[in-house]
Design a protein around this ligand. Structure first.
Ligand code: AMP
Length: 215
């Protein structure tokens, strides 16, 4: 199975959760640009200082900064067996920048969910500030991370006005990317409604069916 994957979809469709599960199953790194940026903000680094305001307002961080962040991450040895990019690329410029690195993407998994459901999910989302573990919407009991034991928190940008802004930014800047990848014939479209396990099975089945098709 080809293992250089990109997960695309609006915020709240479960990309992070699915990327985490695929990463555990296939033993390849889950690279979430949102998490990389949140870590930078938290560490107080120079990059963190530059990106904080964009993130807080739901705007995209400029493409040149994002390309530097991703190129640096993709230069680590742990990506040699594949990787799962979650939250990148988010603009045509970023996708073209990724193409220019010469790193071929094997599959793009596009996860779609209705906007009403997205808003419902984001308003009830809790995650681990340390490892990025995301509590499923159907799981009401958990309040600490099962991996780190740290208290789960709501993300600062999971606020209704910022969510609406992020959805608008997605429609205007990220949605055009779907055609970019559809035209190449590497896109798998997955219904993100249902339980985490149901969506995971759809993704795995879709990827395996496409692999068989190409053999
Ligand atoms: P996420 O965790 O993927 O929802 O990302 C959180 C925030 O980080 C976004 O609202 C953006 O401000 C920023 N961000 C993450 N990935 C990117 C990207 N590829 N391009 C621009 N901004 C990004």
């Amino acid at each position: 199975m080809n293992r250089r994957l990109v997960l695309i979809g609006p915020p709240g469709t479960g990309k992070g959760t699915q990327a985490q599960m695929l990463s555990e199953e296939w033993k390849i790194p889950h690279i979430s640009t949102g998490s990389l940026l949140r870590e930078a903000v938290e560490s107080g680094s120079e990059l963190g200082g530059v990106v904080e305001q964009y993130m807080r307002s739901g705007e995209l961080v400029p493409d040149n900064i994002m390309l530097d962040v991703v190129k640096e991450r993709l230069s680590h040895n742990d990506v040699s067996g594949g990787f799962i990019l979650d939250g990148f690329p988010r603009t045509i410029e970023q996708a073209e920048g990724l193409d220019r690195t010469g790193i071929d993407i094997d599959r793009v998994v596009y996860i779609y969910v209705d906007e009403d459901e997205i808003i419902r999910r984001l308003l009830s989302r809790y995650e681990c500030p340390k490892c990025g573990y995301i509590k499923g919407a159907e799981n009401n009991k958990e309040d600490v991370c099962p991996k780190c034991g740290v208290k789960l928190v709501r993300r600062a940008d999971d606020d209704i006005d910022i969510i609406k802004k992020r959805l608008k930014v997605y429609r205007e800047q990220t949605e055009p990317l779907l055609d970019h990848y559809k035209d190449r014939g590497i896109m798998l479209e997955v219904d993100g409604n249902g339980t985490v396990e149901e969506v995971f099975r759809r993704i795995e089945k879709g990827l395996m069916d496409e692999d068989k098709h190409q053999e």
